[in-house]
Write a protein that binds this ligand. Sequence first.
Ligand SMILES: Cc1cc2nc3c(=O)[nH]c(=O)nc-3n(C[C@H](O)[C@H](O)[C@H](O)COP(=O)(O)OP(=O)(O)OC[C@H]3O[C@@H](n4cnc5c(N)ncnc54)[C@H](O)[C@@H]3O)c2cc1C
Length: 804
Amino acid sequence: MKSQYRVVVIGGGVVGASVLYHLARYGWTDVCLIERSVLTAGSSWHAAGGFHALNADPNIASLQGYTIDLLSQVEAESGQSIGMHMTGGMHLAGTADRWEWLKSNYRIFQSIGIDDVHLITPEEAGKLSPVLNTDGLLGGMWADREGYVDTTGTVHAYAIAAKKRGAEVIEHNRVLELNQTADGWEVVTEKGTIRAEHVVNAAGLWAKQVGRMAGIELPVAPLAHHYLVTEPIPEIAALDAELPMVVDLEGFTYSRQDQQGMLVGIYELTPKHWMMDGAPWDYGIELLQEDPDRIENELAHVFHRFPVLETAGVKTWVHGAFTFSPDGNPLVGPVRGLPGYWCACAVMAGFLQGGGVGKSLAEWMIHGETETDVFGMDVARYGSYAENKAYIRQTTGQFYSRRFVMTYPNEQLPAGRPLKMAPAHDAMTAAGAFWGESWGLEVPIYFAPAGFEETPTLKRSNAFDLVAEEVRATRQAVGLLDISGFSRFKLTGPNAEVWLDRMMACKLPGPGRARLAPMLSASGRLKGDLTVFNWGRGEWWIMGSYYLRAWHMRWFHEHIEPGVHLTDISDTVVGFSLSGPMSRKVLDRLTDGPIAKLPFMGCGNFDVGLIRAKVGRLSVTGELGYEINCTAGEHIALRRALLEAGADLGIREIGYNALGSLRLEKSFGIWSREFTQDRTPGQTGMDRWIAWDKGEFIGRKAATAERDGNGPAQVAQVIATLEIDAAGADASGYEPVWKDGKRVGFVTSGGFGHWTRKSLALAMIDRDCTAPGTALSVHVVGAERPARVIAASPFDPAGKAMRA
Ligand SMILES: Cc1cc2nc3c(=O)[nH]c(=O)nc-3n(C[C@H](O)[C@H](O)[C@H](O)COP(=O)(O)OP(=O)(O)OC[C@H]3O[C@@H](n4cnc5c(N)ncnc54)[C@H](O)[C@@H]3O)c2cc1C
């Protein structure tokens, strides 16, 4: 062990070993891994080692695909056997909805380029797994690249391959303390103190404690999990070929062959947490006592699906623990305010995801960003609200018990809710608000009459007409929307303007004006689709997506300079927006200021009723509109005043589902859909906001190269607006788009335009297919529907309403 390394990876499980391997592979060889006990001594040694194709987040699904491809390369490179059994595998559906869900997921796989997947009939499933009872099955999805590995062999293979490239592995050495220094970290271990530029928390079951060593509370918790291995089963012993992996979407179970018997794992409905504060330091290579009573119902189901299990003896019970984040995806990346501290934890399926996590983290450390959009596993997708233990318990428990359960796109899950509520929440509930959730905050999705219940579905739901009515009210009169769920950052200080000008690619607005502001990374990819407000007298606001608060703050923090004061004021400033032709009239009744003269994209301080509000004239609906910001204490009064003033003008409260329809009719993109951190301004149309004639800004060089046709992102795909001949269901995202049988792109967002009466989608498609009128097709909930390119902004293309 040396006294200094560029990187110290803490934890010798599959994740730490993969991080070490990727760092060495990408050229950082002055790196070491420190393991408290021996390699694999956490969750890794007793995992079932299975890998499956499905993940609800397509970006994570592609990183899983990367891991599967990588495993054999690592085996070859290391010379260490990983015991790979590439048996193929299937997900089975026994209800119409799950079957439909599998069919639409199959299409999503096509969109992300995973082509070794196809749908199978129950008869085919029965042939592929001769011990499967196909009664009641409607179909399945088959993936060639599913199987399992020997877990210990795999961890050693990553470590040996890393060592061959110059990395070091130090076992039997616990990290005791982490101290931040001027240029990195002092890592205090049982065998002495090491200095490192970077440390990686890959401590698995101990990630919580290794977070606390740096003063952070990670939203992670271990849960106990069972699988069992049977004695040999004669019917299986007699087979010529190995059984495939099977995930039963009805039964919360996964299974595979193990030697001449079967391995069955269970995600039970009643999850059990284990050591919420992390495993004890002296926890060895040991198992928890099995608890068959707890999984009785799930076992009954799997016995029905595999009758040979009914008489099989259990050879081994494995009851162990592994870690989960609230949404089940890993926590990866740098931590704000702790330069050189990196997370690679909460990896719930390390043998499936470990490769992608190692790759992404190594890219991030070495190049400053990842190749693909990894927001779905970025540690900065959570804020401090997620540090709460009850929140962690509820959300991780919910994820665990729904691991193989399908979630409908319009389904609201209860864990960790309600947590944050805008002050007018109760009044809006009384008015019929139904709630969604964004970053712990309850946000209205639509308003419904008493007694209404929305049916979970993949298609248009029974809330369709309610949303249509909200859209109509907005286009014809005025819609009132709670905009507490926007993020707001306040910027002041002598250097504020210069700093902001460097951060944003747009021209900064003058006093009393607002402007749409693309923010770029140094490589010219998108980092934000923000709005900048210049309130005058040196006060600026940056507004964006609420759920990106910590993510944006980390970026701002990484670039902050002396003389810049930046505060996240989203918890203290809330508001409402008005949009629609009557919105000016409503506001005019409440203010004696010159609100009527406020130009499009103007902003200023106005009296609104009794409230001193900050008002901006802009809207995401494409209508004349205003965003009215007030303090949290004034939220209820603002709502009351606006509703009273608009009562005879047709005012109606609306939710974010209506906003989604209204913005699609304007072809307005949003973050995570059209705008992501692996896309460029040229691909997304964001380039129209770039001020090419201003001075230096982050990403200028790369964006200019793209504009001039010689950038790396001169890719052939751009965003276009589509109209789909839909029937009872609309596109929602990631559906493949076809032209004459060839895949030419995928949907980024879709829905019904209630005013234009069109099923609409924004899609990233080949540039040569974007001419209006081009005939295409799109798979919507698994069924191919005719579609065509239409001109952007089917509602009011000239933007007259907004500027009225
Ligand atoms: C019963 C069961 C079945 C599973 N089945 C599968 C499956 O089929 N497929 C799949 O992909 N996953 C499966 N998993 C999950 C899988 O085990 C985990 O995702 C994976 O092991 C996590 O790896 P890790 O490296 O993050 O953590 P761990 O394996 O827990 O490794 C963390 C390491 O860090 C070390 N460490 C901690 N603190 C310190 C410190 N302060 N100093 C030095 N070293 C430290 C620990 O000793 C440990 O070795 C299963 C898990 C269980 C329990």
